[in-house]
Design a protein around this ligand. Structure first.
Ligand SMILES: *[C@@H]1O[C@H](CO)[C@@H](O)[C@H](O)[C@H]1NC(C)=O
Ligand SMILES: *[C@@H]1O[C@H](CO)[C@@H](O)[C@H](O)[C@H]1NC(C)=O
Ligand SMILES: *[C@@H]1O[C@H](CO)[C@@H](O)[C@H](O)[C@H]1NC(C)=O
Ligand SMILES: *[C@@H]1O[C@H](CO)[C@@H](O)[C@H](O)[C@H]1NC(C)=O
Ligand SMILES: *[C@@H]1O[C@H](CO)[C@@H](O)[C@H](O)[C@H]1NC(C)=O
Ligand SMILES: *[C@@H]1O[C@H](CO)[C@@H](O)[C@H](O)[C@H]1NC(C)=O
Ligand SMILES: *[C@@H]1O[C@H](CO)[C@@H](O)[C@H](O)[C@H]1NC(C)=O
Ligand SMILES: *[C@@H]1O[C@H](CO)[C@@H](O)[C@H](O)[C@H]1NC(C)=O
Ligand SMILES: *[C@@H]1O[C@H](CO)[C@@H](O)[C@H](O)[C@H]1NC(C)=O
Ligand SMILES: *[C@@H]1O[C@H](CO)[C@@H](O)[C@H](O)[C@H]1NC(C)=O
Length: 414
């Protein structure tokens, strides 16, 4: 029954997509980045949606001993990195995505009618059973064209790692797009910047001084087959995730230096200037630069891919021999992956290089294996000049979000 439903749902989603393309020109979203489900789907290394593995519908992720406010992230379909969060008293447990490109935390509400496909199969927050619940009731609408998120604000206790927040304002979502039925997560914890009176949860933690340092860091596991997605570290940098380099001529190694860039938080994003992107065709001794003279970039922990201006992505795809496939993704011949040119992302004068296997995603549908480029042209007219670095980049480079000093750091991950 579930299989039938999901296959139906998948068709449904593919169909909506055509619609969305046609309408996307009129949409403006101020703070929250539009998450085209297209970005999220068809990016799985093991897309088992065609009736093979529905285990995730029934079994919770195995328990994970959490260390000091280091929240274990699980991975699903290579695009969702979620951790456990408890809301209310008595505690209700949810799988929450930690999103660096979103501010407002939300969870699916018990008030979401069962006729709303997107709410199916999720844990739902029920404020009537929580005695720490404080009503607010202000309506929330993120108008994402045909994808609306609607709900209302509420206030309750959150337990994240070992840290308790008494009174975090969040949204109880009463309607979500149908796609959410396919997701593991029940909601989102916003890790974006504070831009108005709303306190994203990290700011609530800072106010309560329950965090040692006003920064957090994100480690995403490179092993795409593992459901151990990584860790979110609240208040500290975990040295074990930093690559150690050998000291020349000596028999010991030291951690690589973190490269910091100033961020412009005015849009709520972790937005910074990227110097350039260079495709380095080593064998031909040719380099092809993009984002020449610098461009804006943001990081997004909720997408696996790297999004850029359509023209640049087309050119890069031509260089790596990618041909257009479905839903905006481009296909690469699997046997060329190891021979593809390295691509340098230059940040603060330093090269952050991805090799072929790091910017190509292997997927399998039953017996069929195919490879798609992690690069994708932006469908959002407001983001035509922006680069969005998702997990393909963030799993190779450990990222540090220094809230107090308004800067972001990257270092080769270990
Ligand atoms: C995992 O955690 C849940 C609740 O957090 C608990 O009910 C369950 O017994 C735990 N399972 C194991 C194997 O520890
Ligand atoms: C977590 O931090 C607290 C306070 O800094 C410390 O007492 C505790 O031992 C730490 N726990 C772990 C598991 O590191
Ligand atoms: C409810 O939340 C809104 C939106 O953040 C806020 O402006 C308002 O002050 C809150 N009202 C109450 C009664 O807490
Ligand atoms: C989304 O919300 C807007 C504004 O309330 C509304 O006009 C539109 O019809 C909604 N779209 C869907 C698909 O419900
Ligand atoms: C602050 O954090 C401590 C420890 O997690 C908790 O006991 C306390 O209730 C919190 N206070 C508020 C106002 O969130
Ligand atoms: C949330 O409720 C707590 C009381 O539990 C209150 O102290 C706090 O101001 C409220 N926060 C917001 C943003 O309304
Ligand atoms: C380097 O150090 C390791 C252990 O720290 C040791 O086993 C090894 O013999 C050393 N090699 C040299 C060339 O000193
Ligand atoms: C291209 O890559 C090769 C090998 O990684 C490197 O040696 C060379 O310096 C690069 N070329 C340029 C122009 O960066
Ligand atoms: C690559 O090009 C540079 C500058 O054009 C030249 O100095 C270098 O010798 C060339 N390397 C190879 C391997 O052809
Ligand atoms: C970074 O890469 C570019 C192009 O691939 C090259 O021109 C530049 O010299 C490199 N810079 C460093 C610091 O390695």
């Amino acid at each position: 029954m579930w299989k039938t439903f999901l296959i139906f749902a998948l068709y449904f989603i593919i169909n909506i997509h055509g619609l969305e393309d046609a309408k996307s020109n009129q949409i403006t979203i101020p703070i929250m980045r539009k998450k085209t489900p297209r970005e999220q789907l068809f990016i799985a290394p093991n897309l088992k949606l065609y009736g093979i593995d529905f285990g995730w519908l029934h079994k919770p992720p195995h328990n994970h001993t959490s260390t000091n406010d280091s929240i274990a992230l699980f991975r699903y379909l290579d695009s969702e990195f979620y951790g456990k969060v408890q809301i209310g008293q008595k505690a209700q447990t949810f799988n929450m995505v930690f999103d660096t490109a979103w501010r407002t935390s939300w969870v699916i509400s018990n008030d979401c009618p069962f006729t709303t496909v997107g709410c199916l199969g999720h844990n739902k927050y029920d404020h009537t059973t929580s005695f720490t619940y404080r009503p607010n009731g202000t309506n929330f609408l993120a108008n994402e064209g045909p994808y609306n998120l609607t709900g209302y604000y509420s206030n309750d206790t959150f337990l994240i790692g070992h840290t308790r927040i008494n009174g975090q304002l969040f949204v109880e979502m009463t309607s979500v797009p149908a796609d959410y039925a396919l997701y593991k997560s029940d909601g989102v914890m916003g890790l974006g910047f504070k831009v108005d009176s709303y306190d994203p949860f990290f700011y609530s933690m800072l106010k309560n001084k329950s965090i040692e340092k006003p920064l957090f860091s994100v480690y995403l596991n490179r092993d795409r087959q593992s459901n151990r997605g990584g860790n979110l570290m609240l208040g500290f940098i975990d040295k074990k995730h930093i690559h150690q380099k050998q000291v020349p001529g000596q028999n010991h190694s030291i951690p690589e230096q973190i490269t910091y860039l100033p961020v412009d938080p005015s849009n709520g994003y972790w937005q910074f200037k990227m110097d350039r992107i260079v495709v380095n065709k080593t064998n031909k001794n040719e380099t092809y630069p993009y984002c020449v003279g610098g461009c804006d970039a943001i990081v997004d922990t909720t997408t696996s891919i790297i999004i850029g201006p359509m023209n640049d992505i087309r050119a890069i795809h031509k260089l790596i021999g990618a041909t257009s496939a479905i839903l905006g993704r481009s296909r690469v011949k699997c046997d060329t992956v190891n021979k593809l040119p390295p691509i340098d992302f230059m940040l603060a004068g330093k090269n952050f290089t991805l090799k072929g296997p790091q910017y190509v995603q292997k997927m399998s549908m039953g017996p069929i294996q195919f490879c798609v480029s992690a690069f994708m042209g932006s469908a959002d007219p407001n983001e035509q000049k922006m680069w969005v670095l998702g997990a393909s980049f963030l799993s190779h480079f450990y990222s540090i979000y220094d809230v107090a000093n308004k800067r972001i750091g990257f270092v080769l991950a270990a």
